[in-house]
Design a protein around this ligand. Sequence first.
Ligand code: SF4
Length: 156
Amino acid sequence: MPVKILVSACLLGQQVRYDGGGKLCEDPRFARWQAEGRFVPVCPEVAGGLPTPRPPAQIRGDRVVTEQGEDFTEAFDRGAEIALQAARAHGVALAILKQSSPSCGSLFVYDGTFSGAKRPGEGRTAALLRKHGFKVFGEDQLEEAERELARLERER
Ligand code: SF4
């Protein structure tokens, strides 16, 4: 069995983003890992019960809110738990999640002002996965992810 990777569903082109679109990662490594059967796709926001499309939300303090102040925290945290359960159930060894998302961001998130500005930080799902020992990379860190994958394969 190949080392499994939890992956943001939108990076596989699934149309699950807040705007109803996907965000296909066109890096050839992605296509290879998919062909090797490594990916376990998850969209935490959809899994948490939010519709597609949905209003964009950002992290503000300890909450996840829309620009109009609607509080989505509960759905985001439910989605994070479901992503963690999926990671455990499928025995994934690492995660590659969409950078800057309030769920999936692992280095940066939008800063809560809805101005397009980002700040260092992590989304709810990335944070929960890390808390439980999973390594999380963004689609902008595929070299690091590839190195980690190679290390895990060597250890088998
Ligand atoms: Fe993609 Fe994650 Fe947002 Fe779902 S929650 S659309 S997987 S970035």
